[in-house]
Design a protein around this ligand. Structure first.
Ligand code: MSP
Length: 534
């Protein structure tokens, strides 16, 4: 099997101290849409997400509650798994850094890097941001008045004897790689930022923290091989998950990952440190590191201090009111995939729901099935080989949309690919408007035209639904059922499924309830469902 037949997509692994919120769900949704689309395209796909559990904060949070760190981690990892199941994410695995399968691999990777001299012992002095568990550079520290750029808490000066990774050695190779692979870091604005910063010079980075072997908290994490006085820095431990999860005989062929989907806050680790570590290990680099921007809420930044995080109870409220797929659609198509932040605003949600789903996808499907019910007793009519009518060359139209969606998904342009699906639906609307089958049906001699028009509409909508499925699996599977064309994902590749003319005349077309009932623009925000803390 060649590389292009496989697809491996990852999300960041999330800190177990947080409750899942829109940010985690969004990143994971993007990976889910990509994974689903690739599976439907016929690629052997592996989609990985999980939790990052070895942070010092976990020990403190568990102690506050009088439970063990692992009990606390179990509880919260579970909350992520539940949230992701509610949103219908199709991850093939969920890795936790506390699992032996991960810890054993990290030990082996670090041993190998010590062996080659890429990891060595040295001294480090710097500004420590305890709230983020990371060092910030002297410049950043100054710029932020020696406070954490993220949380505003004071930075402290720390000196440590640490193990370091020889990042400086790889700067030139990394720059050459970025130049030779324009999509390696996306979107482009992010790539330029990274390139600019690499050019100012790369310093070796610490990869361990000194610990007191007698301190109980020190046992939380992965100890440096042959040196119990040091623990692997949580970020280094975490990055290895992308490799450790597939470093088994049955999964090894998935490496390198095609896409690491992340948020802009963690780009440096993914686009610089991780690729250099991979070079040091003599491993192939991922195809793309895609760093999206942030969701804000009703025009305001979300933060713990404002207490306005769009959390699971809020998202669940939306799912209950509009359906999971409507939430997935809004996030996937209106989200901050580019270099600017996006606003989750209730008014905008309802506007897009009505415009894209109720008035377009849902309306076109019910209109077409209603006419088939009325004029052809609910059985799909025969277009008798006519594929072009009233200036609409349907095979060409649908083919172009599918090709375009595939090309866009290959560069993770998820909103663009979804618009290709929607564009077919809009063409169907325009076609019905232009040809007026409901008027033609009054004249018996024109029933052949009506049959051709309705076949074209149904077939075009079926093809649109294949593209839209990645974002809206539940509703599109319902549409497949109604159109009598259930799809076994991965069995027949998308290009073949999307060939014009696969719908068989005579197939019963079910009417059913509206796929996306129209929403009242004046109605208030849905009530949150469930306990925000639990
Ligand atoms: N554990 C690290 C990642 C290690 S990956 C080897 C971490 N975890 S996190 O729980 O803080 O999750 C960070 C991710 O959540 C960000 O990269 C981003 O994907 C997402 N988001 C957090 N807040 C967000 C928004 N307000 N909007 C969109 N996504 C944001 O960092």
């Amino acid at each position: 099997m060649t590389r292009t037949d496989r697809y491996y997509v990852t999300t960041p692994i999330y800190y177990v101290n947080d409750r899942p919120h829109i940010g985690h769900c969004y990143t994971t949704l993007l990976a889910d849409v990509a994974a689903r689309f690739m599976r439907l395209s016929g690629r052997e796909t592996f989609f990985l997400t999980g939790t990052d559990e070895h942070a010092e904060k976990v020990v403190a949070a568990a102690a506050e509650r009088g439970i063990t760190p692992i009990a606390w981690a179990d509880r919260n990892a579970h909350a992520f798994q539940e949230a992701f199941a509610e949103l219908n994410f199709s991850n093939d695995d969920f890795i936790r850094t506390t699992e032996d399968r991960h810890k054993d691999k990290v030990d082996a990777y670090i041993r190998a890097l010590k062996e080659t001299g890429d990891i060595f012992l040295g001294d480090y002095e710097g500004w420590w941001d305890g709230s983020q568990e990371e060092y910030v550079t002297e410049t950043t520290a100054r710029e932020h008045d020696f406070k954490s750029p993220v949380t505003g808490r004071p930075l402290v000066k720390r000196t440590e004897r640490n193990y370091f990774f020889r990042l400086s050695k790889y700067a030139d190779r990394l720059l050459a790689h970025i130049e030779a692979n324009p999509h390696f870091i996306a979107p482009e604005a992010r790539r330029n930022e990274v390139v600019g910063r690499i050019k100012t010079g790369l310093q070796d980075v610490p990869v361990s923290r000194a610990v007191d072997p007698n301190d109980e908290a020190a046992s939380w994490g992965i100890l440096m091989p042959d040196d119990p006085g040091h623990r692997v820095y949580v970020w280094i431990d975490a990055l290895f998950n992308y490799l450790s999860a597939v470093d088994t005989d049955d999964r090894r062929a998935y490496w390198p990952a095609d896409a690491h989907v992340i948020g802009k806050d963690i780009l440096w680790f993914h686009a610089v440190i991780w690729p250099c570590m991979l070079m040091a290990m003599d491993k192939a680099l991922p195809g793309c590191v895609y760093a999206h921007s942030y969701w804000i809420r009703e025009g305001r930044k979300m933060s713990k201090s404002l207490g306005n995080f769009l959390d699971m109870p809020t998202l669940r409220g939306y799912c209950n009111e509009f359906g999971v797929d409507a939430v997935r659609w809004y996030l996937a198509t209106q989200g901050p995939m580019g270099a600017t932040d996006a606003d989750f605003a209730h008014g905008r949600f309802v506007e897009m729901y009505n415009a894209d789903l109720a008035n377009s996808v849902g309306n076109a499907m019910s209109r077409v099935s209603n006419m088939i019910a009325k004029y052809f007793d609910g059985a799909l009519p025969d277009a008798k080989g006519v594929t072009e009518y009233a200036g609409h060359d349907w095979p060409a139209i649908t083919n172009a949309a599918v090709e375009s969606a595939i090309a866009k998904m290959n560069r993770l342009d998820i909103p663009g690919a979804m618009q290709d699906g929607l564009s077919i639906v809009r063409r169907v609307d325009g076609y019905v408007h232009a040809t007026e089958p409901f008027k033609l049906a009054k004249d018996e001699s024109r029933m052949g035209d009506v049959a051709a028009i309705l076949y074209h509409c149904a077939e075009a909508l079926r093809i649109a639904s294949l593209i839209l499925w990645a974002a809206m699996p539940e509703r599109m599977e319902e549409a497949w059922k109604r159109f009598g064309t259930p799809v076994v994902v991965g069995e027949t590749p998308l290009k073949e499924l999307a060939q014009w003319g696969r719908l068989t005349p005579g197939t019963p077309i079910e009417k059913g309830e509206a796929l996306f009932p129209r929403a009242d623009a004046e109605a208030p925000e849905p009530t949150p469902v469930g306990d925000p803390a639990g």
